[in-house]
Design a protein around this ligand. Structure first.
Ligand code: MIC
Ligand code: SF4
Length: 644
C-alpha cells in the first residue's frame, strides 16, 4: 500500500484506533515543547501526575513570551519552570535564546518524529518533516508523562507546488495565498502536505513559515517532506545525524488536492482583522504606514533577517515610521551581529528587539491610536497588538521593509532588483543558553512564586445542567477575545482567578460580572469559536466563572479539546438557524446531561422561549468520559482508583 508522508509518521506512532479519516486515533509523542505563557500551567499539571521523569525522547521548555518582567511574576514563573525542567528531565531554553518554534527547528526538530507543543504554532516543525501539533498544556503534560495524544484522523490535503517564486515574492505569500483561498476555517481536521517540483526551491525556514501559518487555516498540522533541502539545513546546524529521508510514496492517495503555481503568486497582505482577509499588496499602495515590525516565529530566520538588512543598507527610515526588528533566536542575532548585518539595520534607524515573541503577543510596541502597523507575524486579530483602534496588516519581510522605507504600503517589486541571500552552509552553534536536565533530579527543590495560584478543576456531571445565556457572540471568536493576553495580563498566566476578571471582555465588557452575578451560565457563539491560540486559560477562566456549556455553530480544534479537558460541554447546533432564536439571558436547561451526551444528541430546552434545540456534542467515547467525570484530571484520578 502507498502512503503519504503524514500517514507514514502517524502509522509509525499509532497507539490506538484505525487510520480511517474521521476516526479518533492516538499517537505516541517523541518530543514536546512548552513556552512560558502556557508552560507554568502545563508543568503544574505534570507535577500533579506524580511522574519523576519525562518519558519522551526530548522535552524542551522555552522562555520567550512573558519576558517584559514589569513585576516579579514572570521572573518567578521562569524560575519555577527552570527548576521543574531540571528536576524532571526537560531541557530549558533560557530567556534570550529565542522563540520556541525557531529554536526548536534549529536545534531539536527531527524529521519523521512527532512533536506536541503547548503553542498553536508548533506545526512550524512540519517544515523539517515532523508531525508537529499544537495542544493545550494538559495534553502536553500527559504526553511528557508518556501518555498518547488523541486526534481525529485528518484528511490529508496534497498541496502541489509547481514553478518557482518570482523575485520579491516570499514563502509568506504562499501561505497567504492558501488563506485567501481556504479561509481561517478551511483547514479544520486536515493536514496540509506539500509536494511537487516547487519544493526544492524552498529552504527549511521558507517551509517553516508556511507550516507555521497553517495554524491560521485551523489545520491539525502541515508538513513538508524531508529531502536534500532538509539534509543541507541539518548539516549546517551540525545535526546531520538527525536526518532521515521522508516522502510520500508515488502512488499515495490524498483526500483533497490544491495546486499552486509559485510563479503566479504576487506579494500579498492580510488586511485587518483576520489572517484570511488577503489582497494584493499592490491594491493597498496609498496607505500610509506608521509602524513596521519584523520578526515572530513566522518570519525571523537568518535569511529573512539578512534580506531585511540588505534592503535597509545605506538607507534611512522616514521620520514618521517606527521600524522594529526582532531576530528569532540567539543564533540568528549572533550571526547578524558578527557579520555586520545588525549594524546595517541599526544604521537605518531600526529599533532592535530581544529575540522573543515581543509585540506579536502585545508585549510592548503597541501602535499609536488609529495607527497602521505592518507586521511579518501570523495573527492580526483586533486588539492583539495592544491598540484596539490600530489596523494591522500581515505581510512578508520584503513587503514590510519596502513599506518601512517608503512610508506607505509598497509592493517590493518597486524597489528594483531583488536581494538574494543564500542559506548559510554553517550556522553559528552556541547552545550555552540551553540548560540540560539533572541526571538525577530526586533531591531538587522546585521554587514556586506567590503568583502561582491553584487552578480550577471541574466536577462530575450529574443531573440537569442549567443556566442563563450570559453572552451571544458572533463567528470566529478568537482565544485572544476569550482570554486576552496583552502585556498587562500575560504575567498572570498562573493566576486564573485574576485572569477570569478579564474573560471575554474584548467582546462583552461585563461578561465576568454577569457570570459572577448569575453563578455561572452558558455561552452562545457562531462558527469557529476559539480560533487561534492553544491557551487552555481560555477554558480555565470560563470554568472558574462557572461556565458549563458553550453552544456554537462550530469550534476550533485546540480550543474544543481544551474545553473538554476541563469538562465544559461544547455543543454544536444541528440546525444553525436555532442560533437566531436564542437571546441574551434566556434560561436554558439540559436534562440528564450525562445520559444525553452518552447518546450523541443533546436536547437543549429554552425555558424562556418555551422551545428546544437539537444539538450535537460531536465528541468521542473518550471525550464523553471526560465530560462526565469532570475533565481529564478527574478521569485520570478515577482510573487510578479503578472507578472507570
Ligand atoms: C499566540 O500566538 O497566540 C500564542 C501566545 O503563542 C499562543 C500561546 C499562548 O496563548 O500562550 C498560541 O499560539 O498558542
Ligand atoms: Fe510567539 Fe507570536 Fe509565535 Fe505566538 S505567534 S509563538 S506569540 S511569535
Amino acid at each position: 500500500m502507498a502512503f503519504t508522508a503524514t500517514q507514514k509518521i502517524i502509522k509509525a506512532h499509532l497507539v490506538k484506533g484505525e487510520m480511517i479519516t474521521g476516526n479518533e486515533i492516538a499517537i505516541r509523542i517523541d518530543q514536546t515543547l512548552t513556552q512560558d505563557s502556557t508552560g507554568t500551567m502545563a508543568y503544574l499539571q505534570f507535577e500533579a501526575m506524580g511522574i519523576d521523569k519525562v518519558q519522551t525522547k526530548k522535552s524542551v521548555a522555552y522562555i520567550d513570551h512573558n519576558i517584559l518582567q514589569t513585576g516579579p511574576e514572570n521572573a518567578d514563573d521562569h524560575l519555577y519552570i527552570q527548576n521543574v525542567a531540571k528536576k524532571h528531565g526537560i531541557y530549558f531554553s533560557k530567556t534570550g535564546n529565542g522563540i520556541c518554534h525557531q529554536v526548536h527547528l534549529e536545534r531539536f526538530g527531527v524529521p519523521g518524529q512527532t512533536l506536541l507543543g503547548s503553542d498553536s504554532h508548533t506545526p512550524t516543525g512540519g517544515g523539517i518533516g515532523m508531525i508537529a501539533i499544537g495542544a493545550g498544556g494538559l495534553d502536553v503534560a500527559v504526553a511528557m508523562g508518556g501518555g498518547e495524544y488523541y486526534i481525529t484522523m485528518p484528511k490529508v490535503v496534497k498541496v502541489e507546488l509547481t514553478g518557482k517564486l518570482s523575485p520579491w515574492v516570499a514563502a509568506k505569500d504562499i501561505i497567504l495565498e492558501l488563506l485567501r483561498r481556504l479561509t481561517v476555517k478551511g483547514g479544520v481536521n486536515r493536514v496540509f502536505e506539500y509536494t511537487g517540483a516547487g519544493l526544492k526551491t524552498l529552504s527549511v525556514p521558507d517551509r517553516a513559515t508556511i507550516t507555521n501559518m497553517g495554524a491560521e487555516l485551523g489545520a491539525t498540522t502541515s508538513i513538508f517532506p524531508s529531502d536534500e533541502v532538509t539534509h543541507a539545513f541539518l548539516k549546517a546546524q551540525d545535526r546531520e545525524k538527525d536526518y532521515v529521508e521522508l516522502k510520500a510514496d508515488d502512488e499515495a492517495v490524498y483526500d483533497e488536492v490544491v495546486e499552486i503555481d509559485l510563479s503566479k503568486i504576487e506579494p500579498l497582505a492580510a488586511c485587518p482583522h483576520s489572517p484570511d482577509k488577503v489582497v494584493l499588496v499592490s491594491s493597498l499602495k496609498d496607505i500610509k504606514v506608521d509602524q513596521v515590525l519584523i520578526g515572530s516565529c513566522t518570519n525571523s530566520s537568518y535569511v529573512d533577517m539578512m534580506k531585511v538588512s540588505k534592503i535597509l543598507l545605506g538607507k534611512t527610515i522616514p521620520d514618521e515610521v517606527s521600524l522594529a526588528i526582532a531576530p528569532g533566536s540567539k543564533q540568528v542575532l549572533n550571526m547578524l551581529s558578527k557579520n555586520g548585518a545588525l549594524g546595517d539595520m541599526i544604521d537605518s534607524g531600526a529599533r532592535i528587539l530581544e529575540s522573543a515573541c515581543g509585540p506579536c503577543i502585545g508585549m510592548g510596541q503597541a501602535p499609536a491610536t488609529n495607527a497602521v502597523s505592518l507586521r511579518t507575524f501570523n495573527r492580526n486579530f483586533k486588539g492583539r497588538s495592544g491598540t484596539v483602534s490600530a489596523s494591522v496588516y500581515i505581510v512578508s519581510p520584503e513587503v514590510a521593509v519596502a513599506s518601512a522605507l517608503m512610508g506607505y504600503i509598497t509592493d517590493p517589486r518597486e524597489l528594483g532588483e531583488a536581494v538574494v541571500v543564500p542559506m548559510p552552509e554553517k550556522f553559528l552553534i552556541n547552545d550555552n543558553l540551553i540548560i540540560s536536565p539533572a541526571e538525577n533530579g530526586e533531591g531538587l527543590v522546585v521554587k514556586r512564586g506567590p503568583n502561582i495560584k491553584p487552578f480550577p478543576i471541574a466536577k462530575e456531571l450529574v443531573g440537569n445542567v442549567e443556566g442563563k445565556v450570559l453572552t451571544k457572540l458572533g463567528d470566529n471568536i478568537t482565544t485572544d477575545d476569550i482570554m486576552p493576553s496583552n502585556a498587562k495580563l500575560l504575567p498572570f498566566r498562573s493566576n486564573i482567578p485574576y485572569l477570569a476578571e478579564f474573560c471575554l471582555t474584548p467582546s462583552d465588557e461585563n461578561f465576568p460580572t454577569k457570570a459572577k452575578e448569575n453563578g455561572g451560565g452558558i455561552i452562545v457563539a457562531g462558527s469557529n469559536y476559539g480560533q487561534g491560540s492553544s491557551r487552555e486559560h481560555a477554558a480555565l477562566a470560563p470554568l472558574f466563572l462557572g461556565i458549563t456549556v458553550v453552544l456554537a455553530k462550530s469550534f476550533a480544534r485546540i480550543h474544543k479539546a481544551n474545553l473538554i479537558n476541563n469538562a465544559i460541554i461544547p455543543l454544536v447546533f444541528e440546525n444553525t438557524n436555532d442560533y437566531e432564536d436564542i437571546s441574551f439571558m434566556d434560561e436554558l436547561v439540559i436534562e440528564d446531561a450525562a445520559d444525553q451526551i452518552a447518546k450523541d444528541v443533546v436536547i437543549v430546552k429554552n425555558i424562556t422561549k418555551n422551545t428546544e434545540y437539537k444539538t450535537l456534542p460531536e465528541v468521542t467515547q473518550r471525550e464523553k468520559e471526560m465530560l462526565i467525570h469532570g475533565g481529564l484530571i478527574n478521569l485520570m484520578k478515577n482510573k487510578k482508583k479503578g472507578e472507570v
